[in-house]
Design a protein around this ligand. Structure first.
Ligand SMILES: [Zn+2]
Length: 455
């Protein structure tokens, strides 16, 4: 591994210098440049089949395949993304976000952790795998699929999957966009929550009215929104949408035991949770369980009426709330959407008009069965690379794992080597380089373990 480490860093820093901010149309040229950089790097490494998919409407994605020597060996598809988040507020960065800067073991730069660092880890992993086996070809057929729209919510991913069904066919997806639990507590992630978001708008008249002349005689949309929000949870913090918990699958005892065994420092956790001053959540579940395996309803923002300086005595014409629901297996975004519409109808007072505006279709949740042999193989590979016990974890965020699982019809396992406090999506994103090297070691070993484990 050490033999390739210098090379690895030089390459990664070059790639991180390309500002591939997918959500900003002004940077779409950079997203293309980033895709071509990766394609070149793969060709340099000897990948025999490398393509940039840039026929639109999706931003350029990179596909590569390195067939196994044994035609009967399993095929693994590694998923990652090369688009990055915007960098504002740029003045809060200690180093320029697109001049990757190495400080000790940490490499600072946008995309260092999410997700270019982890994709580069797989390039290194394959080089190490071939070096370790002394073979010209890997022990499994390795395909790499690196999209350019993940930070935009992967709007054209289904189209890419459909257009390239044969290329992407595989026996297993290795999803590489999630962190370890901690530097001294390596974990194998087994699932991500889904998400559904919507805005609820209550409208009364066509304009704000005088609270003296009309107040008391007309319904107040802001009061109604406040009542709706207050009704969303019961006293215990459980969500009151109809059948919200009906499809929830609880984690196994083995998973819960692993979560309980992970080191948990409340003060540190709260500091990383925006400096929150105390824990809250559903009784009967630990904090990790609340954010990993329990569904939520969150108020993202409430808007309505006059909030400027001084007083303005009105009854507002309109008020609204933005909501997001994090979902766990087997909840379905479309059923939550339906239950929300019903809930809003039940909480719309006479004289007000209600509207529910969905923010896209949402993303379904995903979790892999922990008894699947590929999960055991990832765990063993990480255990060997990190030389310590590896427990199960999940992540509370959302991604396209369920979509990949649904379209490709194969299980998705997670291999990541970054940290939850890498400040992804925030100023001063970093990655801990020795962890990426261990992740590459784990990938190199995983390709050796899989033929037997999946047979
Ligand atoms: Zn990511």
């Amino acid at each position: 591994m050490a033999a390739f480490a210098d090379d690895f860093l030089i390459g990664l820093r070059e790639w991180l210098a390309i500002p591939s901010i997918g959500v900003d149309p002004a940077h779409h040229g950079d997203v293309a440049a980033s895709a071509h950089w990766l394609a070149e790097a793969l060709r340099r490494d000897g990948w025999p089949d490398v393509r940039v998919w840039d026929e639109g409407p999706a931003l350029p994605a990179v596909y590569a395949c390195w067939p196994a020597a044994d035609p009967d060996a399993p095929t693994v598809l590694v998923y990652g993304h090369h688009d990055v988040q915007p960098v504002d507020p740029v003045e809060q960065w200690h180093h320029p976000p697109f001049e990757a800067t190495l400080v000790g073991e940490e490499l600072f730069g946008r995309g260092a952790s999410d997700d270019k660092g982890q994709v580069a880890m797989h390039l290194l992993g394959l080089r190490a795998h071939l070096a370790a086996t002394g073979a010209q070809r890997p022990a499994v057929t390795v395909k790499l699929f690196v999209e350019g729209e993940e930070e935009s919510g992967s709007p054209h991913l289904t189209r890419l999957l459909d257009d390239h069904r044969d290329d992407l066919a595989c026996d297993l997806v290795v999803f590489t966009d999630t962190p370890l639990y901690g530097r001294d507590a390596p974990t194998v992630c087994t699932g991500q929550r889904g998400v559904y978001g919507a805005e609820v708008v209550f409208t009364g008249g066509t304009s704000d009215v005088h609270s003296g002349r009309s107040g008391g005689g007309v319904p107040n949309p802001a009061t109604a929104i406040a009542r709706l929000v207050a009704a969303l949870h019961d006293e215990d913090g459980r969500v009151r949408l109809r059948d919200f918990y009906a499809d929830v699958i609880e984690p196994t005892e083995a998973e819960r035991a692993d979560y309980a065994a992970l080191p948990f420092d409340e003060a540190v956790w709260l500091a990383n949770a925006g400096g929150a001053q105390g824990l809250a959540g559903e009784p009967g579940w630990s904090t990790l369980e609340r954010v990993w395996v329990r569904p939520t309803a969150e108020v993202n923002g409430i808007h309505g009426g006059y909030t400027g300086p001084g007083l303005k005595t009105i009854v507002p014409a309109r008020a609204s709330v933005k909501l997001s629901f994090r979902l766990v297996p087997d909840q379905r975004p479309e059923l939550v959407a339906e239950a929300l519409r019903e809930f809003v109808a039940d909480h719309t007072p006479p004289g007000l008009h209600a509207e529910v505006i969905a923010r896209g279709d949402g993303a379904p949740p995903y979790a892999v069965d922990i008894s699947h042999p590929a999960v055991g193989a990832v765990r063993d590979a990480l255990q060997a690379a990190f030389d310590q016990p590896v427990r199960f974890s999940r992540t509370g965020g959302s991604g396209p794992a369920a979509l990949l699982h649904g379209w490709l019809g194969v299980p998705v396992v997670y291999l990541g080597a970054t940290l939850p406090d890498d400040r992804i999506h925030a100023p001063n994103e970093r990655v801990v380089v020795p962890l990426l090297l261990r992740g590459a070691e784990a990938a190199a070993l995983l390709w050796r373990l899989l033929p037997e484990r999946l047979s």
